[in-house]
Design a protein around this ligand. Structure first.
Ligand code: DGL
Length: 263
């Protein structure tokens, strides 16, 4: 049986792999993290489309049955542009996250957190409005969140102050649901909860996208029947750094991390 391909700008996409493993423990996974070119969140649309196309072509060399775009930035900016060029199903994180937010909100006020490029693309706003034109979206770019997570600075005064500053527009807009629209943000759930309050629902796109992948594979009769799985991790730079940080995102260590020279 073929594997599921997953790509991200770096290691954040392992939050999606973690959910895929939880929901689909018997699927083989080929992961590509573009660690040589991370971050995508600050790059132009044209560059993100080029990188994403190359990432997809790399995964296709591994004969995958479905590609999951774990990166919110690539999903927001590149997915609609590249999807039609490939036969294999390509699933991004935007639609599943937006769908979940619409079903969770009671007051139709939804917050979106993401990188600068994700917010600029308005991909979440568009998707949410498609599902419910009456919904009100407040989107905020939180560029400092990614480095804080990678530095393992997940609690304490400094991150709390940063979160307070970023989340103020969401508090002012009285949102009751917030999409964590970046691979890294699920790790900041406790501090985000602390600022916004326990009652605000945080939507973790990783969980939703894994559910979507399961649905597509089940519908196409492509779920793996064997009771074993193989996971391979490829990066474009610094496999040691990837292995070291992987545990935080994946919940366990990533074995078999290989460096590729030409994506
Ligand atoms: N993976 C990116 C995302 O989910 C965050 C890191 C980056 O900017 O590349 O948007």
């Amino acid at each position: 049986m073929k594997a599921i391909g997953v790509f991200d700008s770096g290691l954040g996409g392992l939050t999606v792999v973690r959910e895929l493993i939880r929901q689909l423990p018997y699927e083989d996974i080929v992961y590509f993290g573009d660690t040589a070119r991370v971050p995508y969140g600050t790059k132009s649309r044209e560059t993100i489309i080029r990188f994403s196309t190359e990432d997809i072509l790399f995964l296709l060399k591994h004969d995958v049955k479905l590609i999951c775009v774990a990166c919110n930035t690539a999903s927001s900016v590149a997915l609609s542009a590249v999807k039609g060029h490939f036969k294999v199903p390509i699933v991004g994180v935007i639609a599943p996250g937006a769908k979940e937010a619409i079903s969770a909100t009671q007051n139709k006020r939804i917050g979106v957190l993401g990188t600068r490029s994700t917010v600029k693309s308005r991909a979440y706003d568009t998707q949410i409005k498609k599902l419910d034109p009456g919904a009100q979206v407040t989107a905020v770019a939180c560029p400092l969140f990614v480095p804080f997570v990678e530095e393992d600075w997940l609690s304490g005064k400094v991150i709390l102050e940063v979160a307070r500053a970023y989340l103020k527009p969401l508090k002012d807009a009285k949102v009751d649901t917030v999409i964590l629209g970046c691979t890294h943000y699920p790790l900041l759930k406790p501090v985000i909860k602390k600022v916004l309050g326990e009652r605000v629902v945080l939507i973790d796109s990783a969980r939703q996208v894994a559910g979507e992948v399961r649905k597509i594979l089940a519908k196409g009769g492509q779920l793996n029947k064997k009771r074993a799985s193989r996971r391979r991790f490829y990066v474009s730079d610094n496999p040691e750094g990837f292995s070291k940080l992987a545990r935080r995102f994946l919940g366990k260590s990533a074995q078999n991390v290989m460096k590729v020279n030409n994506v």
